[in-house]
Design a protein around this ligand. Sequence first.
Ligand SMILES: *[C@@H]1O[C@H](CO)[C@@H](O)[C@H](O)[C@H]1NC(C)=O
Ligand SMILES: *[C@@H]1O[C@H](CO)[C@@H](O)[C@H](O)[C@H]1NC(C)=O
Ligand SMILES: *[C@@H]1O[C@H](CO)[C@@H](O)[C@H](O)[C@H]1NC(C)=O
Ligand SMILES: *[C@@H]1O[C@H](CO)[C@@H](O)[C@H](O)[C@H]1NC(C)=O
Ligand SMILES: *[C@@H]1O[C@H](CO)[C@@H](O)[C@H](O)[C@H]1NC(C)=O
Length: 415
Amino acid sequence: MKNINVCTHTHIHMGSVPATSWVLVLVFSQVSTHTTSFPPTSCSAACLCLSQTQVLCNSGGLHEIPLKLLPPTVEQLSLTRNDFRIIKSDSFAGLRFLKKLSMDGNNISLIKPFAFRGLPRLRDLSIQHTPLETVAPFAFAGLQNITSILLSYNKIKKVESYAFAGIVNLRQLVLAHNPLIKLDSNAFTGMTEIERIVLPSGIRHLEPDCFNGMDTLGHLQLAYMDLPGLRAGIFRGLTNVNYLSIQESDLGTIDGDAFNDMTFVKNLNILNNKIDSIQFLNFTWEQRIGHLRFQGNHILEIPKAETLLVEVDKLTVIQNHFPCDCRIHSLLDGPLANGSMLHFISRNYCISPLEVNGMPMNTIDIDSIGRCQEEVTKGNLEAIKDITNTSAQRIHTFCAYINLLFYFFKLFRIT
Ligand SMILES: *[C@@H]1O[C@H](CO)[C@@H](O)[C@H](O)[C@H]1NC(C)=O
Ligand SMILES: *[C@@H]1O[C@H](CO)[C@@H](O)[C@H](O)[C@H]1NC(C)=O
Ligand SMILES: *[C@@H]1O[C@H](CO)[C@@H](O)[C@H](O)[C@H]1NC(C)=O
Ligand SMILES: *[C@@H]1O[C@H](CO)[C@@H](O)[C@H](O)[C@H]1NC(C)=O
Ligand SMILES: *[C@@H]1O[C@H](CO)[C@@H](O)[C@H](O)[C@H]1NC(C)=O
């Protein structure tokens, strides 16, 4: 007890330490009375060595990592609220037993490649509440056994390609509360065991291949994005996903091949988004999508029936808002309704025209909504094809052609 008290009183400036830290220090002091004694000289001036394995250097005014002054046996090291600005390559080399490292509340603006090399047992790394703006390539490379990296509450605007390369065992990455607006290609490449990624809200650009190279992914939630569209290649390389949710976002236009390269996704949720239009929505059996839940979305334009291919094990389409216009017929005949129109109209709503906005589809008279001209025209053409097949009905064919000509003529004059 005596040793510890000397250490705290001489080396920590009381004025700058919040009361909670003092409570912590007292608690730890009592714990450490039970541990074996060690020479206090093994600790640097700004640190408190609770034991040979646990060292606190919080609010110590440090500018450099006090590497030479730490016991090489340290397993838990806290370096919060110091003044580290640049974490150089190999900053921690030699701390072979370190398992947990916290550098929260520092002035870190740059992490050089391989900054944490030489920490084979490090499992938890926390760098939060810093002005860090960029996660540069290979910043964490060499952390063979890392399972969790917390990077919340920084100023991260950019995660560069290969930022997390070389850390195959990572299970959890938290990037919440950062002003990140763009995910570069290969930003997450190399995380083959990742279970959970938490991204901040407000992402505006997803580059193709931004999730590429993540072989098994437990849980990925993409929320509060503001995208011009979901483009080809965004989800390329995503395989063996247990749960992927795209939610509460403005998705713009969904392109045909946006989901093409995604395979073995157990649960794919598209929830509460605004979708301007769907150019193609393409899920094939080969992709092995388990349950597609399309729920609570506002779709501003009904996709044409022939642009939808939904081959999934289970499909739930509920609480969405669609325009109740001439295309509603093809929607109800199409794969999103999957043959159960009554079920579909009792669980989805109209977004337009204005007078039916928000009303369940089954409260409006759908039969009174005319079919679109394009569908009518197509229907006529098919009818004509059938008729032309039988030579006996040539006269009808002729009439139909005349009708059609008139129809086009009318169209031409109107537009
Ligand atoms: C961070 O740097 C600023 C000046 O750049 C300084 O005023 C401040 O004290 C530093 N913060 C810490 C925790 O050392
Ligand atoms: C990595 O972590 C696992 C599980 O905690 C452990 O068994 C293994 O020894 C660790 N590897 C090293 C190099 O410490
Ligand atoms: C839909 O997927 C199939 C099979 O992957 C592919 O051949 C086709 O080109 C895709 N269509 C679009 C519009 O992407
Ligand atoms: C579509 O409906 C059929 C017939 O009711 C059903 O067997 C099938 O499972 C449904 N498909 C999906 C993806 O829910
Ligand atoms: C014409 O009708 C016959 C018999 O109804 C059918 O076998 C044939 O496939 C049809 N041809 C075309 C071009 O639709």
